[in-house]
Ligand binder design. Structure first.
Ligand code: PCG
Length: 139
């Protein structure tokens, strides 16, 4: 990808993937308040990842640090062994530990082969910080 500056690399992606990631972020209860420029930066910095069927993408209690958007496939969310929900294409997950600096609050397992977009915590936080610093400079 192109150089993205101190926050990392910008990953090229097609218009339909950009639209899917943007819609996923705006649909998410915890990320839907981000400003258009922040959303567009998050879209730029997301990088592709794949997981095989049956694999654990997130383990409850661990210190993982990525926010994910599902491009394709289905995942199951469990907590203390109890099924909470399944998520499909166009859903965000993994945002809670990154936003609240806590350990993973649930386990996420691939029910099918899964294609994801992922952004790491330092990059995500830099995007969010950058915009709030610009706002402070404005007022
Ligand atoms: P995170 O980072 O705690 O990792 C597990 C993820 O599962 C969590 O973020 C949410 O994105 C996702 N998830 C989806 N549904 C639920 C739910 O009902 N409860 C919890 N705790 N997490 C959920």
């Amino acid at each position: 990808g192109e150089r993205g500056g101190e926050r990392g690399e910008i990953y090229a992606k097609g218009a339909s993937s950009r639209q899917l990631i943007k819609a996923a972020i705006l649909d998410n209860d915890f990320l839907g308040h981000l400003e258009p420029e922040q959303v567009s930066d998050v879209v730029d910095f997301m990088k592709p990842a794949v997981f095989p069927q049956g694999s654990t993408i997130i383990s409850e209690g661990s210190h993982g640090s990525c926010v994910y958007v599902l491009e394709d496939g289905k995942v199951e969310v469990t907590k203390e062994g109890e099924k909470l929900c399944t998520l499909g294409k166009g859903k965000v997950f993994g945002e809670l530990a990154v936003l609240y600096n806590c350990t993973r609050t649930a386990t996420v397992t691939a029910l099918t082969p899964v294609s994801l977009w992922a952004i790491e915590r330092p990059c995500f936080q830099a995007v969010v910080m950058k915009a709030s610093q610009q706002r402070q400079a404005l007022y």
